[in-house]
Design a protein around this ligand. Structure first.
Ligand code: ZN
Length: 112
């Protein structure tokens, strides 16, 4: 529980309150975004840019999945971001699988 400033009377009120206890102004409760959803999405996007690092896509997918579960359970915002992160992470992983298969067929018969 934290204190926020009432935009009307500038007094400190609980962020859990639906309205200011001093002036009665309705307070918009900020729906905090799940960090997992945000980081999962960010890592998935990064894994697309650096798609040669395939495990990043898997990490992004996993974090986004955790983020999605947290969003659903705790009512956090970021559901769309988490779903996007999962899709991007999945595509990135699939892309990496194709890429490594391609590299393997090119260099697979080379022995050092
Ligand atoms: Zn107030």
């Amino acid at each position: 529980m934290a204190l926020i400033k009432c935009p009307e009377c500038k007094k400190d009120v609980s962020d859990q309150a639906s309205s200011c206890v001093f002036c009665g102004r309705p307070l918009k409760r900020k729906n905090r975004m799940s960090g997992f959803a945000l980081f999962g999405f960010a890592i998935s996007v990064t894994s697309v840019v650096l798609f040669l690092i395939g495990f990043l896509g898997i990490i992004g997918f996993t974090l986004s999945l955790i983020g999605l579960v947290i969003c659903k359970k705790k009512g956090r915002s970021g559901t769309g971001l988490a779903i996007a992160g999962m899709i991007i992470g999945f595509i990135s992983t699939a892309f990496f699988a194709v890429w490594s298969y391609y590299l393997n067929s090119l260099f697979g018969n080379i022995t050092w």
